[in-house]
Design a protein around this ligand. Structure first.
Ligand code: HEM
Length: 162
């Protein structure tokens, strides 16, 4: 795998280090998100939920920007093809398109959910007039992010494994 542009990952697949790191980051985000929703929904720990969701949103933003830079600079298609100069197959492009639908949706919805929550839930955050909106859209944002993670893993498997 030495001839591909960029640094090889640590999972032992054809993927780059940035890809492997992103697979891990999305796993950590999924766990933190499920835990944070459990804390607010079942245990009603609103402050804890806020302390998780804001860094989670900011952390994701930083990770995505760094990841995009790496992928744009070094490319990924040769690694997906398994040959220097190669192109990704139709299945790989389809998996990427499905992933991008969820990723773009999440990138647009998350900032709206976070900014509205910070503005309207008060400090310390408490249920109130904003609850109905948040209870409708925050679960959509959460499920959207989990589907973003799942579809990223499918893309990774199709493109870089086997
Ligand atoms: C994208 C980021 C966020 C997601 C995905 C998210 C997700 C959720 C979910 C799934 C619930 C449970 C809704 C239900 O009971 O049906 C919830 C409740 C809540 N969240 Fe968030 N949340 C986010 C950001 C925030 C932020 C930044 C704050 C505080 C500033 C916040 C404050 C609350 C509060 C106070 C509730 C309880 C609402 C109520 O039951 O009346 N959330 N959130």
């Amino acid at each position: 795998m030495d001839d591909f542009s960029g640094i090889d990952g640590f999972f032992g697949t054809r993927a780059s280090l940035a890809m492997d790191l992103m697979v891990l980051v999305m796993a950590l985000v999924t766990v933190a998100l499920v835990w944070s929703v459990y804390q607010v929904k079942v245990r009603r720990r609103f402050g804890l939920h806020r302390r998780v969701q804001i860094p989670l949103g900011l952390g994701l933003l930083v990770a995505v920007v760094l990841f995009e830079l790496d992928v744009r600079l070094n490319g990924w298609e040769e690694r997906a093809a398994g040959v220097v100069g190669g192109e990704a197959s139709g299945v790989v492009w389809t998996a990427l398109a499905v992933h991008l639908v969820f990723a773009v949706f999440s990138v647009l919805l998350w900032p709206v959910v976070i900014v509205r929550a910070v503005r309207n839930f008060g400090s310390p955050p408490q249920p109130g007039g904003h609850s109905a909106w948040h209870r409708r859209w925050a679960p959509v944002a959460a499920v959207g992010m989990i589907l973003t993670a799942v579809t990223s893993w499918v893309f990774y498997a199709v493109a870089f494994v086997g």
